[in-house]
Design a protein around this ligand. Structure first.
Ligand code: AMP
Length: 281
């Protein structure tokens, strides 16, 4: 497995691969890898000749300085994990390598960025778009893999690729969960044992909400789900929304043929967790 710290080395590797007509599957990450990340990578490896992974804790997508500071960084362990899945190359740039000077680009994702994560984390998606566009320019992947755990991020990336006409196929991947239902996340290691024991309640509520969709209208269902979450003293709920998959706008009436999901973001102690579930009304 090759480990590149510079853009130049990575570009060289990529252009050699392209000359040999090898396809590149790319998985961008912020490290602190877990089996959820590995699932994306295994799929990328299977569907392409080469697997390229990036590990970069992107400072400009953090709207909270403490969250950035406390974000787990375990590069040595990550590299060991990547070796086990036969990763071909890892790009691990420094902040200076990625941003030698500040980037002031502003994207407009319209209504997609004004709800949920976009509303609660100002500037977050602009920072995500800047880094992903730059990573795509460097790695030039044929396919790039993103998790549905960050469903809104996936929608933003699809929109970015369309707007900027970037020649890459975006491949959505299902959420990987712990046995007790908690969505895997790099932030889970920051939960105390008590908080970790509470955390699976999030997915339990989402499943209950999905189960009630046939008998409740979306507005009442949203209120019911919110009440279940707020009933847990440990949960500081930021939002609980029932929204359409394509537009991410709140659903007020069920409509035939419309895709729906329930989305949640909450703080459990110091840790912010998000999750979602598809709903069949
Ligand atoms: P991150 O390192 O958190 O930026 O995540 C890198 C990629 O892995 C993103 O596309 C995430 O959506 C995806 N990912 C993270 N956790 C999971 C999970 N539990 N299941 C599926 N994909 C995930």
């Amino acid at each position: 497995m090759l480990v590149f710290k510079t853009i130049d080395e990575t570009r060289k590797f990529v252009s050699q691969a392209r000359e040999l007509d090898q396809t590149i599957g790319f998985v961008p990450t912020m490290g602190a890898l877990h089996p959820g990340h590995l699932e994306l990578m295994r799929r990328a490896k299977k569907e392409n000749d080469l697997l390229v992974v990036s590990i970069f804790v992107n400072p400009i997508q953090f709207n909270n300085a403490t969250d950035l500071k406390k974000y787990p960084r375990v590069l040595f362990k990550d590299l060991e994990m990547l070796k086990t899945i036969d990763c071909d190359a890892v790009f691990v740039p420094s902040v200076k390598e990625m941003y030698p000077e500040p980037i002031n680009k502003t994207f407009d994702f319209g209504p997609l960025e004004n709800v949920m994560e976009g509303a609660f984390r100002p500037g977050h998606f602009n920072g995500v778009a800047i880094v992903v566009e730059k990573l795509f320019e460097i790695v030039e992947p044929h396919k790039a893999y993103f998790g549905e755990k960050d469903f809104q991020q996936l929608a933003i990336i699809k929109s970015l690729v369309e707007m900027e006409r970037i020649p890459v196929e975006i491949v959505p991947c299902a959420i990987v969960r712990e046995k007790d239902g908690l969505a895997m996340s790099s932030r889970n290691v920051r939960l105390s044992p008590e908080e970790r024991a509470m955390a699976p309640r999030i997915f339990k509520v989402l499943k209950e909400v999905a189960g009630k969709a046939g008998e409740m209208d979306p507005v009442l269902l949203q209120q019911w789900g919110m009440k279940q979450l707020q009933a847990e003293e440990a949960f500081d709920v930021e939002y609980f929304q029932i929204a359409e998959d394509a537009t991410l706008q709140t659903i007020v009436n069920w409509q035939i043929g419309q895709g729906a999901l329930a989305f949640v973001a909450l703080k459990l102690g110091q840790v912010r967790l998000i999750d979602n579930i598809r709903i069949n009304s």
